[in-house]
Design a protein around this ligand. Structure first.
Ligand code: SAM
Length: 174
C-alpha cells in the first residue's frame, strides 16, 4: 500500500529518502523507480544488507550510516517522497529501535524539505518495548499538522489481534 501510494508521484531523477534502511527493501524499491535515494540507518549491518540487495537489483543509492534526524546534513533541495518503517531490524538487536524524539525531528525536517504534492509514508510497528511511546508521539504530531498544508491519512487492519502495524500517509498540499 505504501509503495503503491508513493509510486504514483515519484519520477526518475526525483530525490527520495528511506529514513529507516533496515534490510533495504524500501531503498531498493525507491531506487528501482529511478529516484536519487538517500537511505539512513544507525547500524552497519543494515548498510551491508542493503548494499547487497541493491547490487542484486542492479540499482544504486546513497547509503548513510547516521540517524535520520540528521537528514538535513546530507540532503539538499526538495524531497519528493520519504518512507519510514518504525521499530527494530528483524532478526537483530530488538533494543535498537526508532525513538519518538529522533523520529519526530526527522519528520519535521522532511516536511520542510518536501516538495508540493510530495508524500511521506510511515509504517508504524509498535508491538515491541518502547513502541507504544513512539506510536503515541507520532500520532499526536501528525494529527496536529495544519490541514491547509497537509493531508494526513491513517490506514490499518480493523480485526487483527495484538498490535497490528498501521500506515500513516502525509501529503503536502501545493
Ligand atoms: C523496521 S526496521 C526498517 C525496515 C526496512 N524498511 C526494510 O526494508 O527492511 C527499522 C530500522 O530503523 C533503524 N533505526 C533506528 N533508529 C534510527 C535512526 N535514528 N535513524 C535511522 N534509522 C534508525 C534500525 O536500525 C532498523 O534497521
Amino acid at each position: 500500500m505504501a509503495h503503491t501510494w508513493l509510486e504514483e508521484i515519484i519520477n526518475a531523477g526525483d530525490t527520495t529518502v528511506d529514513a529507516t534502511m533496515g534490510q533495504g527493501f524500501d531503498t531498493a524499491f525507491l531506487a528501482g523507480l529511478g529516484s536519487k535515494v538517500f537511505a539512513f540507518d544507525v547500524q552497519q549491518l543494515a548498510l551491508d544488507m542493503t548494499r547487497e540487495r541493491l547490487s542484486h537489483a542492479g540499482v544504486t543509492a546513497e547509503l548513510i550510516l547516521d540517524g535520520h534526524e540528521n537528514v538535513d546534513q546530507y540532503v539538499s533541495g526538495e524531497v519528493k517522497a520519504a518512507i519510514f518503517n518504525l521499530g527494530y531490524l528483524p532478526k537483530s538487536d530488538k533494543k535498537l529501535i526508532t525513538r519518538a524524539n529522533t523520529t519526530l525531528t526527522a519528520l519535521r525536517k522532511l516536511l520542510e524539505m518536501l516538495s508540493n504534492k510530495g508524500r511521506i509514508a510511515i509504517m508504524v510497528y509498535y508491538g515491541h518495548d518502547g513502541g507504544e511511546t513512539e506510536k503515541d508521539a507520532v500520532l499526536a504530531f501528525v494529527s496536529s499538522l495544519d490541514q491547509k498544508q497537509y493531508q494526513v491519512y491513517h490506514y490499518g487492519a480493523m480485526n487483527q489481534v495484538n498490535q497490528p502495524p498501521f500506515l500513516i500517509m502525509i501529503e503536502k498540499l501545493g
